[in-house]
Design a protein around this ligand. Sequence first.
Ligand code: F6R
Length: 591
Amino acid sequence: MCGIVGYIGFRRADQVIISALKRLEYRGYDSWGVAVKHGNSLEIIKRVGAIGDVENYSLAEGNVGIGHTRWATHGKPSEINAHPHTDCNNQIAVVHNGIISNFQSLKEELESRGHKFSSETDTEVIAHLIEEEYRGDLKEAVMKAVERLRGSYAIVVMHAETEELVAARYKSPLVIGVGDGEWFIASDVPAVLDYTNRVIYLEDGDVAKLWNDGFTIWNNGKEVERRVETVPWSIEDAEKGGYEHFMLKEIHENPRVVEETLLEYLEDDIKIDSRIFAGISDILFVACGTSFHACLVGKYLIEGLTGIPVRVEYASEFNYSNPPLSRTLVVGITQSGETADTLEAMRKAKKLGMRVLAITNVLGSTATRVADHVIYTRAGPEIGVAATKTFIAQLIVLYLIAAKISSLPPTEIEELLEELRNIPQKIRQILDREDEISSISNTFAGYENMMYVGRGIGYPVALEGALKLKEISYIHAEGYPAGELKHGPFALLGEKTPVVACVVRDKTYESMLGNIKEIKARESPVIAVADEDDEEIEKFVDYVIRTPSTIPLLTPLTYSVALQLFAYHIARIRGCEIDKPRNLAKSVTVE
Ligand code: F6R
């Protein structure tokens, strides 16, 4: 995820900014850049790759500057696409986090008035908009420019001729660091902690101006007061945003990830290129691990909404199969874009003449170069080894694909999309109930075996819940279709083997209740994950993890977040190394 730093004060801005950017390296980035004001001009450097030693870089002397670490979203990682971006005359420089969803139409409008663009980024439109509005007052120009922006942004802007920084925030964080006679602005607290622990968190709609003597904040054109808070964390704590582990932080990022992925692909229409799916006879998903579970959800969605036949194969097994040659679209899902088995499966499909689509979280990754088409998830870098927010982002893309190519009446699809827009808020409600989930985790942290069961769309949710638990807590956990238990796994049931039942209120409901009765008859404790409107369920089970009600088709989103928290708290109670589980790697680049 991108990082922002700005500085105004008495030190050399280049050194402060580069060392502060290094404090944001843990977030992941592929390129970076810095702008410093020197006399009445801006000196800018941009580089691809890691920053390395701060001493290696020296810009012209100056006490005002901005910097950015970029994690590519619009346009490949390159010096041209790295921030800061400037206007036509190199007088205004901008760094930006977030996504400007209407950048294409703004760009066309600006081009028609003679603006020349040098990058592929959405950010560059901001510099040109500010240039058009600038009449000698940077803050006024920024206020006018941001009115035109749709999407999310945290921006910091500087002008070659003025000693000031202007920042604006909407749905993407920004914090002012308050020093003695110096001021910082950053996307994240760790960037400023070497210099000050006094910070002000900006709110949505805030515009701030920082100059040598202080700062002022406006919202809706009116001056506002914001509280100065003292950060009690060390830098290491702050990197995790105050959370004990990256995994927990990433689970808490789920609502924002859903919002960002929807912002990217859902406006009045679904912004996915329908040519990817033109003329296909069927779809074959290939993936590993959590991404494989996303594919299984995708099968339910696409078959249910479109009638197009869908197969799902483990990428590592596809390499031994002989798929029939047809007009199959092969979809490789891989958050890292580097999983060797998935890449091999995609390459094999290409050799067989099949069209290949990659769904990945990493721009420029190998999967994007192997595939004919790419759809990006917008989860930002994931540091915890266990996939959480990237899984939820994969599901969002699959809902949008299914809706895009659906053969259902438009009103039904509109209902689905409407409810999809409510999901971030529903996930926030689950996160608000974390204590309840943690107390159920407490009851089950001492067991050594667990089963997870589901039916229909609840089945891949059960598989993913079991995978999360086993990889971070080392409890042996199996996911099963609930109807399969009696064909073998029943032998394992008993009071030492709790069962997590993913109960969806659709056509599978009655059968699930029947399965739960069978499980209870064998004395396994049962924890249900269920919709909060389900009043029946508590009569059948020992514990219920409740999630805000939604339509059955969307329960993988709510139930999976609840099960991520359940697994996380069990692992925490057991004292496991949650972010780096034994024997596992974030990117599995060997077959
Ligand atoms: C589980 C997990 C792994 C990955 C798998 C595929 O939490 O993270 O199972 O899902 O290694 O990785 P990607 O999606 O990068 O291909």
